[in-house]
Design a protein around this ligand. Structure first.
Ligand code: ARG
Length: 454
């Protein structure tokens, strides 16, 4: 029988291909994180209080220097026979460092190794994503501010309801998006825990300093229980995907509003032509394909979140190979969500308004509630005022939409929007991301700089 040679034994080529799956491609995104995890692990090994050191501090430095070379090496690839990035890096280090390379995996399993890689990758990605959330929210706030008091019919059931404004529409969507940061933060905190040292899920008979590796990598703390640490893989990715799914659902409603209100029948918003696509048969067409794809991509991310939980729910405790398939799911979810945030920010920034069309939407019925409330102001009880208006709908007339917009002065209404608060929320998010990013980068660059004291 023909077999393929791997570090962990000779296997049937079809079995190798099936079990390795997409890892050689997906794991390329983990190379730098795998190297960082190894730098922290080897540094900790060199400090371990054992009679015969596994590696000396000098050797740990040489490993860190070699890891820095691997990270910088654009030609480094994960091959099928490597199985995954972990063994590809170990093989490479052994080529570079000889016997020293063979020592790096002491007291570690690929199970805690991949879990730490994924967590470092996710931390980096959430920081990038939160910055993109801030950009999109800022674009919506800017659009709102630019057209703040421009009257826009408020709708319920899509039917004309009450006077509203472009400012309310735009900042309403911005606020929905900013509020999603709470879910992203929950995913961030759950992710900010270090599984290293749990090994295969049951620890090792070595005095590992798990707090040290967690600190070296900049995690908030280690995951304490070794078995729990092995089960936290997958849960981490699923929590992220659930947060992404909720965020995408919010973005999809924004996209849907933009599609609807830019239809010629409404014509409230104008979409930048360069962001719309044409038709091969109908020369007049400018289609909002981008916005339609936001809807379909949302469906995909919902599917990815469901897939991750489906994958987990019936799996027994401890490591199972099923977990490998979580990797492609969360990576795809992140990629979709991040490109969607970026394209929408660009789209919103390029959108215009057609004031005449917006004002034309103010049919008499839109003022019905305001008329009833004027009766209340004159002393009529609310329900009586309501019936007087409802029984005489034909008496309603189109009023001045600008006056109606100016009349709602309470917090969050047409004349009561707190733009300074929105600016503050956006800049607080930007600052917070920058601060966390700087701390993370300081940790990671020190680990890969052999001359840096750790
Ligand atoms: N590529 C594997 C994964 O993502 C690495 C861990 C393999 N561990 C194992 N026990 N087979 O899960």
């Amino acid at each position: 029988m023909k077999t393929e040679k791997t570090i962990t034994g000779d296997v049937d080529p079809d079995v190798l291909a099936y079990t390795v799956g997409d890892d050689p491609v997906l794991d390329m995104d983990l190379v730098q994180w795998d190297c960082l995890g190894t730098a922290a692990h080897v540094t900790m090994l060199s400090e371990m209080p054992v009679p015969r050191p596994v590696v000396t501090p000098e050797e740990a430095k040489r490993v860190r220097a070699a890891l820095a070379e691997v990270v910088a090496d654009r030609t480094f690839v994960v091959r099928e026979q490597d199985q995954d990035v972990h063994m590809a890096v170990e093989t490479r280090l052994t080529e570079m460092l000889g016997d020293l390379g063979k020592k790096i995996h002491t007291g570690r399993s690929r199970n805690d190794q991949v879990a730490v890689d994924v967590r470092l990758h996710i931390k980096d990605q959430i920081l990038g994503l939160e910055a993109e959330v801030a950009d999109l929210a800022a674009a919506l706030v800017a659009f709102g501010r630019a057209h703040d008091r421009v009257p826009m019919t408020g709708r319920t059931h899509l039917q004309p309801a009450m006077p509203s404004s472009v400012g309310v529409w735009a900042t309403g969507h911005a606020e929905m998006i900013l509020d999603q940061v709470a879910n992203l933060e929950a995913a961030y905190r759950l992710n900010d825990l270090c599984p290293l040292g749990s090994a295969a899920g049951y620890g090792v008979p070595l005095p590992l300093n798990r707090q040290r590796t967690s600190d070296l990598l900049g995690f908030a703390r280690p995951l304490h229980n070794v078995f729990g640490a092995s089960m936290a893989r997958g849960e981490d990715e699923a929590a992220l995907l659930s947060a992404l799914a909720q965020l995408m659902a919010v973005l999809s409603r924004l996209a849907e509003d933009m599609i609807l209100f830019s239809m010629p029948e409404f014509g409230y918003f104008t979409l930048p032509r360069a962001y719309c696509t044409g038709s091969s048969i109908m020369p007049q067409k400018y289609n909002p394909d981008v916005l339609e794809l936001v809807r379909s991509k949302t469906a995909q991310v919902l599917g990815l979140a469901t897939a991750s939980l489906s994958l987990l729910h019936a799996m027994p405790g401890g490591y199972n190979r099923d977990l490998q398939d979580c990797k492609g799911l969360y990576m795809k979810g992140l990629a979709i969500t991040r490109t969607t945030l970026r394209i929408l920010a660009k789209f919103v920034a390029g959108m215009g308004v057609d004031e005449a069309k917006l004002r034309a939407g103010f049919i008499p019925g839109v003022f019905a509630t305001d008329v009833a409330l004027r009766k209340v102001a004159a002393g009529t009880p609310w329900r009586e005022a309501y019936h007087q208006v409802r029984d005489n709908l034909e008496a309603l007339s189109t009023e001045d939409p600008d006056a109606a917009v100016a009349a709602k002065t309470h917090a969050g209404a047409t004349a009561g929007l707190d733009y300074a608060m929105y600016d503050g929320r956006v800049s607080a998010l930007v600052d917070d991301v920058a601060k966390r990013r700087a701390a993370f980068t300081a940790r990671t660059s020190a680990l890969l700089n052999p001359d840096a004291a750790l």
